[in-house]
Design a binder for this molecule. Structure first.
Ligand SMILES: C[S@@+](CC[C@H](N)C(=O)[O-])C[C@H]1O[C@@H](n2cnc3c(N)ncnc32)[C@H](O)[C@@H]1O
Length: 259
């Protein structure tokens, strides 16, 4: 049991407890993020999936590697487990070609992207878990990947495959240019992946938003997170949000939107 956390009211400067719920596999990345971008938070106790810090006020920073965070004076093991369960509501259906189905399902649910008339393009689409979800829920999906797509996606009436690396894409590769949403799950280093995705986003005038999975495999790369977000602002995306999804591995999501 974690027991009950209470404010230490005997201090002259009153300190609050902040809790973070995170994926166990990404706890080192979250610690690094807090150290770099919210140094005013002072570590308190921690457990699997759970960190606490003390500070006088909530930091003005959104964390990429926390599922949830906030001020709390009363956190029990049971309430943490309930919070973790709530964030893991999506299930991978039989037949989905990969676990990436969950990542896009969770992202669409979190940001309420559910207009069935949307046209999507996915960069890094093979074998097709995410495209499978998109075909089931939206109007049309184009997947870009030099690797093979699973037949269940390849033969789907809503799906089109462009079997090329993103670096080779040119506007002439697309007859249709009315895509509204991009999702990217490329196995490339984040800097190159973001550069290529933003380059290709310029081919389409009607882009409203981008879901960008950013893979951070080394603690040392956490320091670049603000720079990655800034690239989207520089490309004209007004709202940049970042978050950890329950199905993420060593990665996080940037959601860049124009409205
Ligand atoms: C994590 S997997 C994508 C999983 C996929 N989103 C799904 O739903 O099944 C990463 C993919 O990126 C692709 N990839 C790597 N480099 C690429 C490039 N330069 N251009 C396009 N795709 C690339 C790989 O072939 C691989 O299929």
């Amino acid at each position: 049991m974690l027991g009950i956390i209470k404010n230490n009211r005997s201090n002259i400067v009153m300190e609050n407890y902040f809790y973070f719920i995170c994926l166990e596999s990404n706890i080192a990345l979250l610690r690094e993020e807090i150290k770099l971008f919210a140094p005013e938070l002072k570590p308190s106790f921690s457990k699997k999936n759970f960190l606490t810090y003390k500070a006088s006020q909530l930091p003005d920073y959104d964390f990429a590697f926390a599922l949830e965070w906030g001020l709390n004076n009363d956190v029990s093991q049971e309430s943490i487990e309930n919070k973790l369960k709530c964030t893991q509501s999506e299930k991978i259906p039989e037949g989905a070609p990969s676990r990436a189905y969950l990542k896009i399902a969770e992202a669409c649910q979190k940001y309420e992207i559910n207009d069935p008339s949307l046209h999507w393009i996915e960069f890094g689409s093979a074998p097709g878990g995410a495209s499978y979800y998109l075909c089931q829920n939206f109007h049309q999906v184009t997947g870009v990947d030099p690797a093979e797509m699973s037949p269940i996606v390849l033969n789907h009436e809503k799906f089109l495959h462009i079997k090329k690396p993103i670096q080779n894409l040119r506007p002439s590769d697309f007859d249709f240019k009315g895509y509204q949403f991009i999702t990217s799950d490329l196995n490339l280093n984040p800097k190159q992946a973001i550069k290529e995705v933003l380059r290709c986003s310029q081919f389409f005038r009607s882009i409203q938003g981008i879901f960008m999975t950013v893979k951070i495999v080394k603690k040392d790369h956490v320091k670049h997170i603000p720079k990655f977000c800034q690239s989207f602002r520089n490309a004209g995306f007004k709202h940049i949000q970042k978050c950890q999804l329950p199905s993420h591995k060593q990665e996080f999501l940037i959601y860049a939107s124009k409205q």
